[in-house]
Each structure stands twice: as structure tokens, then as C-alpha cells.
Design a protein around this ligand. Structure first.
Ligand SMILES: Nc1nc2c(ncn2[C@@H]2O[C@H](COP(=O)(O)OP(=O)(O)OP(=O)(O)O)[C@@H](O)[C@H]2O)c(=O)[nH]1
Ligand SMILES: [Mg+2]
Length: 715
């Protein structure tokens, strides 16, 4: 492979709503660039960026993947990203190492919920956005909105900087070409061909549209630049070479969000998209470097005397081969054939094979014996990589996602995007003893590649719990455990973390007395219990006057209550939101002890509970559901069946947004139902909000199902 300088590299994240056709489009782009002989398909696992067994089985991208196309002297690195709302943390991470974002839009639907979210993520890191209206070949393309309306929809959302740089050519032969609005040439394709177009005449049917669209483009581009504006007024147009340079600059500075048209499935318009990226997408060397924090060098610190050595400062590293070497790790993956693969961006400096580097994040040495660029899962060995390029290494010892590596002594650190909290938790049970031994090591390996997975033991129930982005995520994890790590498990619905509380006041006495030969045990206390507002936990008060319980034994009473409350009264769930006041008691000079008062506290507490109208509390979630309008009625009906309380309804970008509060026990597998109810077009977010009393009839069922609490031997 040719050796590419940073200026000849383009790093592009391919993003968009689920099933807009990102993975298929990348396969088509690779075919157009002759990187593959045929066009890979998602359906049979032959698309270059869809190699993971789980992704192939589920026909959806769940983690970022990388491929490259060599095109007319440049190398374009594509990051394929998930479009499913659940995996958008991956998509967000993919924006770290790139300089441009392709926003792929399904021509059948226009912009959708995830389109808005990726747009926002790209905006947060100032990345140029290039819109690709894809699936233009589809018989239902444009039927919902129409081409012009779609542009208006985009402009409403993202501003009037959204302007077509192409027009699609669609006629009785289907979608078979595009008009380049810069050069005013048509490119005609043979559908299901190689993706290479031939220059031709603009068809009469679109000539007038093309002229108007060309003028709109020229005007928008000229707007940002006085000298162009003058030229435009003077000449009535802008010469092509000025226009090209101006569009390049406008794309880089977010003054223009260009719109292109493609079909990944029939491979139309793809060579032109490659050319567009070559000409108009910024090279890494043209962009601000990644933001970095660094430590002041000893010499510099001593020199100006202003900072202590080792103090943090902001480091400016140019994307330049002459700067010190720094690599940022944006992904790791464990491949059955290659082992651990570490994907990095060369932030600065030039990387050669056989380079010893320091992992700054972990303060350990690593050795990059061989370096690669990744074509899907296949490593292609290279001799060097220049600043700005993306590469990979295999079998590194300690390096994980988010780490920075580089020349020893020239430390810098990158900030990585925050991981969202997992949205769903399951209890996970090994099928056999052998599975139990393998489970933790296997899951820990998987967690290194996928930081969204959490694995822990519930201290209350002793169950193993696994948490992830949602049901499909956890199911994929289970099937990967079996396939790759030969570890078989069953998933069980997670235990809802119920709690207990009291609704009334009560007083009770607890006496612990034992006389066994010599030293006896004696403790005696009177307690009052009262309900407290939600969220107060446990409050303890001491109203002992006159020493009916000596001061040193009062904490023992509190401890007894605390321990007993943690074990629960009704069904073993911790008791919360109550106040205990100790107001009387008695003691024995010889036989009283801390232990005896602790036991007295427990007994009194349980007697208090008995009389104070104990009740079960359940977690209630705040929920936001978004779906096209036509599903709103069904969703509301479903929510009321789940004891949900609708708080509000508004129209949103992708239809209707419903806000509601719903008990957690009713939405443990909501994702599956929502997908079924909305044909996969709905999305939702859940967040723990508060605890509320469980209605009697439901509480009875829960109590019957829950394990009885351990009886305390003292009673
Ligand atoms: N008609 C038509 N169908 C397409 C096109 N591109 C993709 N599809 C189909 O749409 C489905 C989804 O395609 P993918 O490439 O997996 O879409 P994606 O955007 O990668 O989806 P996620 O990874 O789930 O976000 C597949 O069944 C494709 O065959 C296209 O250009 N035209
Ligand atoms: Mg995909």
C-alpha cells in the first residue's frame, strides 16, 4: 500500500439512524474504490465492516468498525457506527478520531430521532457534517416527504446552511445518476454495477432544477466571503476553482452542510461521494488537533519558575510528523483470529514499525512491533503511519480504550466522552460449575472491549448481575459468552430493588435477658418509630434522660436497629424512610453489655414494625418515549396498562414525545415491546426517579413471591 501523508488522509465517521444503510453504503464505497472485487452485503455477513458474529446474526451494527478506501491519491478511513439508539455511546466515541461526519439519511423517511442525536454529538465536537440521502433507489424513496420537502425539513432542523451539492437523477429507469452542482456535470451509473459513473449530459427533466440549485449553492458559499460576493455580483457566477476552494472552507467551518444522494444497495453515486470527500472533507492536518492535557516538562517548569513540575497544562500538539509521537486509542477488540486489536489515531508525530512507546495513562511500556491499518477485521501491515492517520496494533499488554501512548517523557492525555449509565440489568446464572469458573474471567475480557458492560454481585441477594445498554446488548453478550468463551449462562429478570417502610407511628419495648450460670446478658430499650419523607433513609434520635440506659449503650441500640432494618421486615427488603427514637429502658450493673443492647434494639425494632403499618416501596422510573405520531395512542394505552402516569405529550422531531412515570417492575423489558408496537421506530429513555408505595393487591403478590426473611434466633 502507498504511504499516505496526513494531508492525504480523510477520517470520516459514517453515522445515522438505524437501517439508513450505513454499513451497506461503506461496502458500496469500497467496491467503487476497487478495495473489494464485489459488493459486500449485510445479509450474508460479507460487508467489510459487519464481521462480528452477533452483528451478522442480528443484522445491525453494535460496535464501531473501520475500513479504508484508496481513492485518487488519498486514503479515506471510514468508521462504521451503530444507528440503534441503544448503542449511540459507540457512535459518539467514533467522533473522537475523525475530522468529518457523514450523516446518512434514509430517503424513505427523512431525518429521524437518531439523526438529530448524531447531529448534536458532531456539533459538540465541532465536526463538519455531510448529509447523504441514501436508498434513493427504493420504490418508497421520497414518497413521504418529496425531495424538496426533505431539504426544507433539514433546514428547519439544522439551519439554512443545509444545501444540496448534487441532484439525484430519478426517472422511469429508477435512480441512476447525480448532477454535480459545482461542475454542472451529470454522472450516470448502471444500477447494480461497480459504483463508477460516467460523465454525461444533464437530462432535460432536471436541467432547470439544477440551474436553480447551482445558484442557491453559489450564493450561500459567496455569503461568507466578501471577495467572492463581489466576484459573484461582478461576473454573475464564481469560477469553478474559486468555488471548490470556497466550498472546502465552508464545509470545514460549518458554514455549509452539503447534501449528496446515493444508493448503497445498487451502488449509485458512490464514486462521486468518494471524490467529494477527497476534495471537500478536511484532512487531519487542516483541523485543530485533538484537545489534550499534558504535564509540564521539568525543564520548562524550572525555566519560567511559575509552575511546579508535573502540573497539568493544556498542550498544543499540531497534527504534524515533526511533533513528538502521540497515539490515542479509540477502540479495542478481541478477535478470534488476531487476538486483541488496538485501534488508534496518530495524534502527532510519525509512527514506524518496531517502536517502543509509553502508555501514559497506565504508566507502562508497550512495544509496537508491527503496525497495521484495518480493513474490517483484516489487519493490513504498513511500515509507517503519519500524523492524522488511523492505525492498529495487536497483542498490546495493558492498553485499553481511551488511553494515550507516545514518546516517553512527552505525556499528554485525551478526554474521552463520558459513558452513559447502563439502562438494563439482568441476573446472570452459570449453567454448571464449570461455567461458573469461566464466567468472571470471560466477562472481564468482554468488558475491556466494551465499557458499557457492568458485572457485579448484588450484596443484598448475592446474585451475579450484568448490566448493559439494553436487552439486545445483553442478549448478544450471552450468546458471545457461549460462542467465544464456551460459557453457558441463563438470564433471569433482574430483581427489582424493592424497599420497605412504615406508614404509622408505634412504640415498643425490646428486652433481651439470658441467665446462664455465671455472667448473664441484659439489655432493655423502648423505641418509637415514625415515618419520614421519601429519601430520608434512617434517622435515629436519643431521648434518654436520667440514665435509664447508660450513654455507652445507646449506639448499640442504634446498631441493632440498623442491622435489623437492613434485613427487612416484610420480605427481606431494606427498611427506609423512618425515624427511631429511643426514649426509655433499663440496665443491669453486671449483666448489661453492648451485645445485649444491640439485641434489645433489634427486638424492639421488629415489634415497632409490626404495629406501624409496614408497606412495600417500589422504584418508579421517569420515562421518555419517542415515536412517529401514529403510534402515540397505542403507546399511551400500553402505558396505562403498566400503571404508568403520563406527565405530558409534545410533538418532537420524530413525531410524538411522551413523558411518563412508570414503576420499574412494569418496564423491565419495555424495549422489546416498544420495538414490536412501533415497528422498530420508537425509542425510549429510562431514569430512576423515586420510590413509591406499592398498591396493596400488587404488594401481596410480591410478598408471596419473595423469600421469607431469615428468622432472628433471639426471638
Ligand atoms: N433499497 C435500498 N435498501 C438499502 C440500501 N442500503 C441499505 N439497504 C437495506 O437496508 C437494511 C439496513 O442496511 P444496513 O446497511 O445494515 O443499515 P445500517 O445503517 O448500517 O443499520 P444499523 O447498523 O442497524 O444502524 C438492509 O436490509 C439493506 O439491504 C439502499 O441504498 N437501498
Ligand atoms: Mg450498520
Amino acid at each position: 500500500m502507498k504511504n499516505y501523508l496526513g494531508q492525504d488522509v480523510r477520517n470520516v465517521a459514517v453515522t445515522g439512524h438505524a437501517h439508513s444503510g450505513k454499513t451497506t453504503l461503506i461496502a458500496a464505497l469500497l467496491q467503487a474504490a476497487k478495495m473489494t472485487a464485489t459488493r459486500g452485503r449485510v445479509e450474508d455477513g460479507s460487508a467489510v465492516t459487519a464481521y462480528d458474529e452477533e452483528e451478522v446474526a442480528r443484522r445491525t451494527t453494535m460496535a464501531n468498525a473501520v475500513a479504508y478506501a484508496e481513492w485518487n491519491g488519498v486514503k479515506i478511513n471510514f468508521l462504521d457506527t451503530p444507528g440503534f439508539h441503544m448503542f449511540l455511546h459507540e457512535t459518539r466515541a467514533a467522533m473522537m478520531p475523525v475530522e468529518a461526519v457523514l450523516v446518512v439519511i434514509n430517503a424513505q423517511t427523512g431525518a429521524e430521532a437518531v439523526t438529530d442525536r448524531v447531529w448534536k454529538y458532531a456539533g459538540e465536537v465541532n465536526l463538519p457534517r455531510i448529509l447523504v440521502v441514501n436508498q434513493v433507489d427504493h420504490p418508497k424513496a421520497d414518497t413521504r416527504l418529496g425531495r424538496q420537502h426533505m431539504i426544507e425539513q433539514f433546514q428547519e432542523r439544522w439551519g439554512r446552511q443545509v444545501v444540496p451539492v448534487q441532484l439525484p437523477i430519478v426517472d422511469q429507469d429508477g435512480f441512476h445518476g447525480v448532477v454535480d452542482l459545482v461542475t454542472m456535470k451529470a454522472f450516470l451509473y448502471e444500477p447494480n454495477g461497480s459504483g463508477r459513473g460516467e460523465a454525461g449530459k444533464i437530462p432535460d427533466a432536471v436541467a432547470a432544477d439544477a440551474k436553480a440549485a447551482h445558484e442557491a449553492l453559489v450564493e450561500l458559499v459567496a455569503e461568507g466571503k466578501d471577495e467572492l460576493m463581489e466576484e459573484y455580483f461582478r461576473e454573475g457566477t464564481i469560477p469553478e476553482e474559486h468555488l471548490v476552494a470556497a466550498i472546502h472552507e465552508a464545509v470545514r467551518e460549518d458554514r455549509l452542510f452539503p447534501v449528496l444522494y446515493t444508493s448503497g444497495l445498487t451502488n449509485v453515486g458512490t464514486d462521486h461521494l468518494l471524490e467529494f470527500l477527497k476534495v471537500y472533507a478536511p484532512a487531519p492536518t487542516e483541523r485543530e488537533p485533538m484537545a489534550a492535557r499534558g504535564k509540564l516538562q521539568a525543564a520548562a517548569a524550572n525555566g519560567n519558575g511559575a509552575h511546579a513540575e508535573g502540573q497539568d497544562e493544556t498542550v498544543t500538539r499540531k497534527v504534524d510528523d515533526k511533533e513528538p509521537l502521540a497515539l490515542y486509542v479509540y477502540k479495542t477488540m478481541t478477535d478470534p483470529f488476531t487476538g486483541r486489536v488496538t485501534f488508534f489515531k496518530v495524534v502527532s508525530g510519525k509512527l514506524k514499525t518496531d517502536t517502543a512507546v509509553q502508555n501514559y495513562t497506565r504508566q507502562e511500556a508497550e512495544s509496537l512491533t508491527h503496525i497495521y491499518v484495518m480493513q474490517g477485521r483484516k489487519p493490513v501491515e504498513v511500515q509507517e503511519l503519519h500524523a492524522g492517520d488511523l492505525g492498529a496494533a495487536v497483542k498490546l499488554r495493558v492498553t485499553l480504550t481511551g488511553d494515550t501512548l507516545g514518546e516517553k517523557g512527552r505525556e499528554i492525555y485525551m478526554d474521552t466522552p463520558a459513558m452513559p449509565e447502563p439502562a438494563m440489568t439482568y441476573a446472570i446464572e452459570p449453567k454448571s460449575r464449570a461455567d461458573e469458573d469461566k464466567l468472571a474471567p470471560a466477562l472481564h475480557k468482554m468488558m475491556e472491549d466494551d465499557p458499557m458492560i457492568r458485572f457485579f454481585r448484588d450484596p443484598q441477594t448475592n446474585e451475579f448481575l450484568v448490566a448493559g445498554a439494553g436487552q439486545p446488548h445483553i442478549e448478544a453478550l450471552v450468546s458471545k459468552l457461549a460462542r467465544r468463551y464456551h460459557t453457558n449462562v441463563v438470564l433471569k429478570a433482574p430483581k427489582v430493588p424493592y424497599r420497605e417502610t412504615v406508614r404509622g407511628r408505634a412504640e415498643a419495648q425490646g428486652r433481651h435477658k439470658k441467665q446462664t450460670g455465671g455472667h448473664g446478658q441484659f439489655g432493655d430499650c423502648k423505641l418509637r418509630i415514625e415515618p419520614m419523607p421519601r429519601g430520608s433513609g434512617f434517622v435515629f434520635a436519643n431521648e434518654i434522660f436520667g440514665g435509664s440506659i447508660p450513654r455507652q449503650y445507646v449506639p448499640a441500640v442504634e446498631k441493632g436497629v440498623r442491622e435489623s432494618a437492613a434485613r427487612g421486615y416484610l420480605a427481606g427488603f431494606p427498611v427506609v424512610d423512618f425515624k427511631i427514637t429511643v426514649f426509655d429502658g433499663s440496665y443491669h450493673d453486671v449483666d448489661s453489655s453492648e451485645m445485649a443492647f444491640k439485641l434489645a434494639g433489634r427486638i424492639a425494632f421488629r415489634k415497632c414494625m409490626e404495629q406501624a403499618k409496614p408497606a412495600l416501596l417500589e422504584p418508579v422510573m421517569k420515562m421518555e418515549i419517542e415515536a412517529p405520531d401514529e403510534f402515540a395512542g397505542a403507546l399511551m394505552g400500553d402505558l396505562s396498562g403498566r400503571r404508568g402516569r403520563v406527565q405530558g405529550m409534545e410533538s418532537s422531531n420524530s413525531g410524538t414525545l411522551i413523558r411518563a412515570e412508570v414503576p420499574m417492575s412494569e418496564v423491565l423489558t419495555y424495549g422489546t415491546s416498544l420495538t414490536a408496537m412501533t415497528q422498530g421506530r420508537g425509542s425510549f429513555r429510562l431514569e430512576m426517579d423515586h420510590y413509591d408505595i406499592v398498591p396493596q393487591a400488587i404488594a401481596e403478590k410480591i410478598l408471596a413471591a419473595a423469600k421469607q426473611p431469615v428468622m432472628e434466633e433471639e426471638e
